[in-house]
Design a protein around this ligand. Structure first.
Ligand SMILES: [Zn+2]
Length: 391
């Protein structure tokens, strides 16, 4: 299922909106339109101000758009620093609790990682400072107590300052957690540093749950009253899952360290000719007890891939007529092949980005096909490694 849509491209990076971002977008509009500035220490929201409903919601809509842009600038700051270090940025996605810059090959160099991590909070801090200064200027020009534009500018400014502070908390997977991991990784292995930073993140998430159900410091700062805040436990669930996921992914890549594609590939019953019918293909699958093949032409050259999923879509009547070449996923150039001595982690990386889930393996010298690797081969191999290596 497509859960996000691309809205634009900045510096060549696709910017995507996740469907959950819509909720936060409308929540901001509603909150900003109705929250009364007289209710808090820092005047936020347009509630109670003498505005027409149109003006009120127009300004709230602008607030939500500004919120979107400042969040995007935060992610863009991470991305631009990463790009300077030669890291490819897959996309920037904005979703419920914020943004995420999807990077390929985040450098495992602590000095680079902490610079990438700190760029976002620094951007938010700068934006917050800039907007609050703008608020002070507006205030001096028009000293009316609650000026809607002033409140708008200040709200986004405060939001950015909070974003910076919150992100700097040393809890993985937030930016502060990444900075912490980079510092830890100077003294221990990357995996161990990840585990420790993730543990701190989980403890922090647990603390958020308790705060949410009892005393929320954020509402205290804003209103001067200790209140409960059920957003915090929700945020905690998200943090906990993200910390666990980062730990798992890092452990997986660490497990594969030193292992070559040659070690995980399959060499028996790996190819079928492109000109056999789908019925014959199904027979071959049953005989070889496999569900994936590399498809080759008469000269043994790679033409594409075919899997059981493709076959399932073919109605029984057409299976005697259609040939493998009609139903295969065509060969897509270098993204589909790896030499035998390539790291197995590279195969995993490609499979995470590509839905195909199958790669052809070729000789290190020359381009003779020597095997295939599928997603299930990799997970089976990882299972075995986990089983054989005590913690
Ligand atoms: Zn960030």
């Amino acid at each position: 299922m497509q859960t996000s849509i691309q809205v634009c491209k900045l510096f060549g990076i696709p910017v995507r909106l996740h469907f959950t971002f819509l909720f936060i977008f409308f929540a901001i509009i509603l909150a900003f339109a109705n929250w009364s500035p007289a209710d808090s220490r820092i005047p936020l929201g347009l509630g109670g101000l003498d505005l027409s409903p149109f003006m009120r919601y127009l300004l709230s809509f602008i607030a939500a758009i500004l919120f979107f842009f400042t969040l995007l600038l935060h992610e863009l700051a991470h991305s631009l620093v990463a790009m300077r270090f030669g890291t490819k940025i897959h996309s920037i996605t904005l979703f419920f609790f914020g943004g995420l810059a999807m990077m390929e090959d985040i450098p495992r160099n602590p000095a680079k990682e902490w610079r990438i991590a700190i760029a976002g909070p620094l951007m938010s801090l700068a934006l917050g400072g800039l907007l609050l200064s703008a608020y002070l200027v507006l205030r001096s020009l028009d000293p009316a107590i609650y000026h809607p534009i002033g409140i708008l500018v200040m709200t986004i400014g405060i939001f950015n300052l909070m974003l910076a502070v919150f992100n700097l908390l040393p809890a993985f997977p937030m930016d502060g957690g990444r900075i912490l991991r980079a510092l830890l990784a100077r003294r221990m292995s990357f995996l161990k540093a990840t585990r420790r930073a993730a543990l701190i993140g989980k403890i922090f998430a647990f603390g958020l749950v308790i705060m949410g159900f009892t005393r929320d410091p954020f509402s205290f700062i804003l209103t001067g009253r200790w209140e409960t805040n059920f957003w915090l436990p929700l945020l905690a669930i998200f943090l906990f899952m993200a910390a666990a996921e980062e730990e798992r992914a890092t452990a997986t890549f660490a497990t594969l360290e030193g292992i070559k594609v040659r070690n995980v590939m399959r060499t028996e019953g790996t190819t079928v000719p492109e000109n056999i019918t789908v019925t014959e293909l199904v027979k071959a699958m049953l005989a070889d007890k496999t569900t994936e093949y590399a498809v080759v032409d008469a000269n043994g050259n790679l033409r594409g891939f075919v899997t059981m999923d493709r076959v399932k879509k073919i109605p029984a009547l057409q299976r005697d007529v259609l040939r493998v070449s009609d139903v295969m996923l065509p060969y897509d150039g270098f993204v589909d092949v790896l030499p035998g001595d390539a790291p197995a982690s590279e195969a995993l990386k490609r499979m995470l980005h590509d839905k195909k889930g199958i790669l052809a393996v070729i000789e290190e010298t020359g381009d003779d096909l020597i095997g295939i690797v599928t997603r299930s081969d990799l997970s089976f191999y990882l299972e075995m490694l986990h089983g054989s290596a005590p913690e």
